[in-house]
Design a protein. Structure first.
Length: 734
């Protein structure tokens, strides 16, 4: 997705939709050739950047033989329009849809026309002649590329063979395994199976068991199954660990001489109390003229992780750390992530820094970027920094112990936190005034015992200490991106991009929040941002907060990495990158390398190479996010297993043709009440009003209604949580 920069003419096409838009223009004007200027005019584009994008896209489409150049510089759609390529999106019912760039509507594929394709596969389809007012329908004629060939499931062992029943509800077949390919697996084991072949006349594909995860329902089995489902590793190859273990991680005088020495400047970290790695630190110094020099210091991962090494290859393949409920699967081995690159207190470290001279109005008077060596004087948990912020300087008792240290009201570090908090609040207010969206969504966290059993649920909210760190990290990310992005000639860089919200999704959100008495102003971008922030503020502390927060986030485009800068809508920045977390994100490592490359005076690098790396990083981020969500869902189900006798008050958070979703207010666990399990009447789905209606009683259960439920079934293996509906809050309490 893409967004034109502000004050640069008309809004340009979305990067994600530009291909589809061009093909639609050519399709609607079948037989008439168009050049790039005519297409640009129809798309409302009048700036060089987007015109060049159209020219490049036309060349790419011609190379793929989707369009043909019939005159010099003039193109039209290739005549054969019955066959298309796209990606299959399976449903749990065994049918699917194929997303085709050239067509406005997705193509429905009935289950008997799937022809051995799986969810996410790139396929060729034949589209039947469309009847009037009917959605397009087709069949899969060829599998171009499998999205994946490894699947997680449970082995059902027979005497001479076995079948693996796949856990993914979108997988419509099991996988046959010959006896000599079962390995060490036993009947009932949860395994990873590699699909090898699907013989013409076989009912099931043939496969080979490549990993035994353990017995279903056991904690480590299920966590490893989540990782395996998304192709994410849970340990490092021995050769990578060995390579990392041999790195010289000592601080050398020769290397210090090449860097800006900031070891004497007051420096500290503020992180979660259970953090194991500290990849960013802040420094603060009040200058003689009353201004401040504030440094954002980031672990210099690129000093250790060199291009072309197996360590770099492994980091790139992972692209991100994965944060599951009970563990972190790091991008880098522990010798780096928790030691050499962790800015631990009372240790010297190599860092990459953004240093700003600021006045008391939070205006940037000067800036500097480069490699440094720093010394962290103190480590704070967010709660400790928050205590300093909430307690005025004159009221901090002398005997308050923070991180094992004694802090007094006039301590330099306490003073620095208070002053930086004021600057952060000014920066945040300015950012909000320029159209940034304030998403302070509540995070669900679990208290785990020594066996990783959930003994409690708590909610993580963002307070001033969190926002202090956030604003200075945003500042560094923004200014690094501006520093490179505004140079002439253009230099290749890695940007974090976020497009405008989808108009249709915004309209749907407006309709939905109206059910709760809220309104949105969709007149223009400024009003959209303002009214979204008001909505998010108004729902704070209400029963519908988590629902509205979630749905508002879903209206947003998905952020991604690209060398094509379109700005960041959600932050209201024209330039934005990821620079501040190289321990856990590979794009930050790339940003460090490129920044140093340009600081050294070198020319621009190949854009195509970095764009491919950006796309890979975005894909891996998506997989990690899915795994993290699945692990939370797993732990919620595990928690609810111990509370199956209790009644819970919840909010109807979703309504579908097969049931209603209910989110429990006390712990944010969400489960389903199936329509067939509601005994008081036969209920029908009312899509327009997000409700179900009883045929005889006319009773209505609607999105946002408060209801009482009990646990019907908490299935750890399938990760399903089903509820029984007791009744509305009024019925039960009265």
């Amino acid at each position: 997705m893409t967004r034109k920069k502000k004050n640069k003419g008309k809004k340009g096409p979305s990067l994600e939709n530009v291909t589809k838009t061009i093909l639609n223009i050519l399709r609607k004007n079948s037989g008439k050739p168009f050049n790039y200027k005519q297409i640009a005019a129809k798309m409302g584009v009048d700036d060089p950047t987007n015109r060049n994008k159209i020219i490049r896209t036309l060349a790419q489409l011609a190379a793929k033989k989707k369009i043909e150049e019939v005159e010099r510089g003039k193109y039209q759609l290739v005549a054969n329009v019955d066959y298309y390529t796209g990606f299959l999106d399976m449903t749990a019912k065994g049918s699917g849809y194929v997303v085709v760039e050239e067509l406005e509507d997705d193509v429905f594929i009935p289950s008997n026309s799937i022809n051995k394709a799986f969810d996410g596969d790139e396929v060729e389809i034949y589209v039947y002649k469309r009847r009037r007012n009917k959605k397009p329908e087709g069949e899969i004629t060829r599998i171009i590329n499998r999205k994946k060939t490894r699947f997680v499931g449970v082995l059902q062992l027979q005497e001479n063979f076995g079948f693996v029943a796949i856990s993914d509800p979108k997988m419509y077949t099991d996988i046959f395994v010959q006896k000599n390919k079962i390995g060490e697996a036993s009947d009932g084991d949860k395994v990873v199976v590699e699909m090898e072949d699907w013989p013409e006349k076989a009912d099931s594909p043939f496969g080979n068991i490549v990993q035994v995860l353990g017995k279903p329902g056991e904690h480590h089995t299920e966590i490893h199954a989540i990782l395996a489902q998304y192709g994410l590793p849970h340990e490092f190859p021995a050769e990578v660990e060995e390579f990392a273990g041999k790195l010289d991680t000592s601080i050398q005088q020769e290397e210090i001489a090449k860097r800006r020495d900031m070891r004497e400047t007051l420096t500290f970290t503020i992180d979660p109390k259970d953090a194991k790695d500290f990849d960013d630190a802040l420094s603060f110094e009040e200058l003689e003229d009353g201004t401040y020099e504030i440094g954002i210091h980031i672990a210099d991962v690129s000093h250790y992780v060199k291009p072309g090494t197996i360590l770099d290859e492994e980091a790139f393949n992972r692209a991100t750390s994965v944060y599951l409920v009970d563990r972190v699967v790091p991008m880098l081995p522990e010798v780096l992530s928790n030691n050499a690159c962790s800015l631990r207190p009372n240790e010297e470290k190599y860092t990459f820094s953004a240093v700003f001279k600021m006045n008391d109005k939070a205006q940037i008077l000067d800036q500097w970027f480069g490699r440094t060596v720093t010394y962290s004087d103190a480590r704070f948990a967010y709660e400790e920094a928050q205590y300093i912020i909430e307690t005025t300087a004159g009221e901090i008792p002398a005997d308050i112990s923070l991180s094992g240290e004694m802090y007094h009201a006039d301590d330099a570090v306490a003073s620095a936190i208070l002053k930086m908090d004021k600057l952060a609040k000014i920066m945040r207010e300015k950012r909000m005034g320029e159209g940034a969206i304030s998403f302070d969504k509540v995070e669900v966290k679990f208290d785990l015992d020594e066996k990783n059993e959930p003994v409690g649920v708590f909610f993580k909210t963002s307070k001033d200490a969190n926002k202090l760190i956030e604003e200075f990290m945003l500042l560094a990310n923004k200014k690094v991106a501006e520093f490179i992005g505004k140079q002439k000639p253009k230099k290749t860089f890695v940007y974090r991009c976020h497009d405008d919200p989808d108009d249709e999704k915004l309209a749907a959100l407006q309709s939905l929040v109206g059910k709760f008495g809220h309104k949105l102003n969709l007149k223009d971008q400024k009003n959209i941002s303002k009214s979204l922030n008001k909505l998010l503020s108004d729902v704070q502390g209400t029963k519908e907060q988590n629902l509205v927060d979630t749905l508002a986030i879903r209206t947003m485009s998905k952020a991604y990495y690209s060398t094509e800068n379109i700005g960041h809508y959600g932050l209201a920045f024209s330039h934005y990158s990821h620079f501040t977390s190289p321990i856990r994100r590979y794009p930050d490592v790339m940003a460090h390398r490129l920044l140093q490359h340009y600081l050294d005076g070198h020319g621009s690098v190949k854009e195509e190479e970095y764009e491919e790396k950006c796309q890979h990083s975005s894909q891996m981020e998506g997989l990690a996010t899915n795994a993290e969500r699945d692990s939370i869902k797993y732990m919620q189900i595990k928690f609810m297993q111990e509370h199956n006798e209790e009644q819970f008050l919840g909010v109807i958070s979703g309504v579908t043709e097969w049931g209603i979703y209910v989110e429990i207010i006390a712990n944010k666990c969400e489960g389903m009440v199936r329509l067939r399990d509601i005994r008081e009447d036969h209920f029908d789905f009312d899509q327009e009003n997000y409700a179900i209606i009883g045929r005889n009683t006319k009773k209505v259960y609607q999105l946002g209604d408060e209801v009482y439920v009990t646990v019907k079934n908490a299935d750890l293996v399938k990760r399903h949580l089903d509820f029984n509906l007791i009744g509305t809050r009024n019925e039960v309490e009265n």
